[in-house]
Design a binder for this molecule. Structure first.
Ligand code: CTP
Length: 401
């Protein structure tokens, strides 16, 4: 019972995704959590308090000015008498109210009065999600310290329009809840993960090498996020200037060959996330002495040899981890190339991104990725590399459950 003894206040606002909140209540309760629901007037247009009350096995709170509810716990106690508040679905309107500190109904008042952590699972039409007003509100809420899970891409429940705005699946929300609850059991506890990160350096001679622009930020953030969810993480890192992530075993390597050996040495594992920008080629025979300029001879030729493909090796290994995640750094045809890599490398998912110089992703702090699986493609919004890492870790946890 990973959430045994945890009390969750679930705020349900008025969107069609409210039907998924019924399943969310079940999922939270089967993990041992106690769920106290608050419904907005809009939410009650989509699902009935009767259904919500039956699943949560308790009172459903709906009115700010209900004498009965106020006598029961009162809105201030309701706001604080819990370990976490989950807003699912969070409509554009409720998020706008939250970002501006409105308190004109029970849900918004509770959210303003609380001192507990808040997890928001937005759900709305893609155009509403993309609107500058919603972008500003999300940014404000993030700055205020609220956490987000989703939205995902895909067909909207109302049909027709596709895009970003679908509420995260109940199991993804549960994984995010478990990640946020301090001391709560971790969804990846007892799981092992191998993460590669950073560039590799392929020596030309003792003083020169071939390298690339990878900073290791995304890989290190993923190692840290998996560890926060309880995984036992081995991070195999190429040369980077970053500090070691907390609670992670770090193996430092330079060359692709060394990285492969370190990864194979860390098997078996439940999860492999190959983020490193491994050099595809090494110098066939690196000089043991510094290459000297020889007058009249011109530059020395560099004969290259192909490096092992670490992801492909792991994706087809006899001890293949249950979840194998690859990245695809592309400058063109991101989706097509990502799909080819998914297949060729034996991965469960390819996290593809456009690393053209104008995106500033390579070496930068933000990332804009597409998740490519056999089931389809999911575009994630532009997020910090830390946020991509948290979301990917939650995705992996949900996939393993
Ligand atoms: N990868 C790897 N070993 C290699 C090359 C790549 O493990 N020798 C992994 C990366 O860590 C990443 C994925 O494979 O998860 C894709 O890397 P990328 O550089 O995008 O693709 P390549 O296979 O190198 O193909 P190309 O450079 O032709 O795009």
């Amino acid at each position: 019972m990973p959430l045994a003894g945890k009390r969750i206040l679930l705020v349900i606002s008025g969107g069609i995704a409210a039907y998924k909140s019924l399943d969310l209540i079940r999922r939270l309760r089967e993990r041992g959590a106690e769920v106290r629901p608050v419904m907005t007037a809009g939410a009650r247009e989509f699902v009935t308090p009767l259904a919500v009350g039956a699943l949560s096995a308790g009172h459903v709170y709906t009115d700010l000015f209900s004498r009965e509810d106020e006598q029961d716990v009162g809105h201030i106690r309701l706001a604080r008498d819990c370990d976490l508040i989950v807003v699912a679905p969070a409509t554009a309107d409720l998020m706008a109210k939250m970002a501006n500190g409105h308190a004109d109904d029970l849900a918004s008042t509770v959210l303003l009065a609380t001192d507990r952590p808040v997890l928001v699972a937005p759900a709305m039409n893609p155009k509403m999600w993309a609107h500058p007003a919603t972008r500003r509100n999300v940014e404000t809420l993030r700055k205020d310290g609220l956490s987000f899970v989703g939205p995902n891409a895909g067909e909207m429940a109302e049909g027709g329009e596709a895009g970003l705005g679908r509420m995260a699946e109940p199991l993804e929300i549960v994984a995010a809840v478990e990640g946020l609850l301090d001391g709560g059991a971790k969804p990846l506890a007892g799981r092992t993960a191998i993460v590669t990160s950073g560039p590799t350096h392929e020596p030309i001679d003792p003083v020169r090498y071939i390298a690339n622009r990878s900073s290791g930020r995304q890989g290190h953030a993923i190692a840290a996020a998996l560890a926060r969810l309880g995984a036992d993480v081995t991070l195999v890192s190429g040369p980077v200037t970053l500090p070691d992530p907390k609670g992670v075993d770090v193996i430092r390597v330079e060359r692709a060959e060394e990285m492969l050996q370190a990864v194979l040495g860390a098997l078996p594992a439940d999860i492999a996330v190959m983020v490193a920008a491994v050099a595809d080629w090494r110098v066939a025979t690196a000089n043991t002495e510094k290459i000297k300029k020889k007058p009249g001879e011109g530059p020395p030729p560099l004969l290259l040899a192909e490096n092992p493909d670490i992801l492909k090796t792991i994706g087809h290994h006899a001890q293949r981890p249950k979840v194998v995640v690859g990245f695809a750094a592309e400058t063109q045809d991101v989706e097509t190339n990502g799909r080819v890599k998914l297949q060729k490398k034996g991965a469960d998912v390819i996290v593809a991104n456009d690393v053209s110089p104008e995106t500033g992703i390579m070496g930068g702090t933000h990332n804009s990725v597409k998740l490519i699986t056999a089931a389809g493609i999911e575009q994630w919004p532009d997020l910090s590399k830390d946020a991509v890492a948290d979301r990917l870790a939650a995705w992996i946890a949900a996939r393993l459950t």
